[in-house]
Unconditional design. Structure first.
Length: 151
């Protein structure tokens, strides 16, 4: 197998790995976007819940109801904080996956450049061989037509 053929096999492998890394990046980005949407939903729910009870003035709350109301808001706040932590983790995962894809992409591009150089070298060698064969043919033809002539 020629060097360029071997390189192309490796390039195809690297391209598949690059594609997989890009797909994984897409999945990570989807998880991140989903986590952001969930956070927005939780925050909106909390605002709506608090606004609804504030609009009623909280006048008819017994101490028991008010305590339950505060406990529920605390649970919502905890869920919001937990979601923020998840978002931070998802953001890190996206950045790591993006870095992995970039590294894989750079490897693929480097191999492509190496393949281009190897192909150019192979073409130069083929041209040299062709030129040498043409020179040999010309020399043989020149010797045949040049025999019998004396200087």
């Amino acid at each position: 197998m020629k060097k360029t053929q071997r390189l192309r096999v490796v390039i195809e492998l690297y391209q598949r790995q690059e594609k997989q890394a890009l797909e994984q990046l897409g999945v990570c980005q989807q998880h991140y976007n989903s986590a952001l949407a969930k956070l927005e939903s939780l925050e909106q729910y909390r605002r709506d819940y608090e606004q609804r009870d504030l609009s009623q003035g909280g006048q008819n709350f017994s101490s028991q109801q008010f305590a339950e109301y505060r406990i529920f808001l605390d649970k919502l706040d905890q869920a919001i904080n937990d979601q923020k932590n998840i978002i931070q983790q998802q953001k890190q995962a996206v950045m790591q996956q993006q870095q992995q894809w970039q590294q894989q992409h750079q490897k693929t591009e480097s191999l492509k450049k190496l393949d281009e150089k190897a192909l150019a070298e192979a073409l130069r060698c083929a041209e040299k061989i062709e030129q040498s064969e043409q020179d040999n043919r010309s020399a043989r033809c020149g010797n045949k037509s040049g025999t019998g002539t004396a200087w």
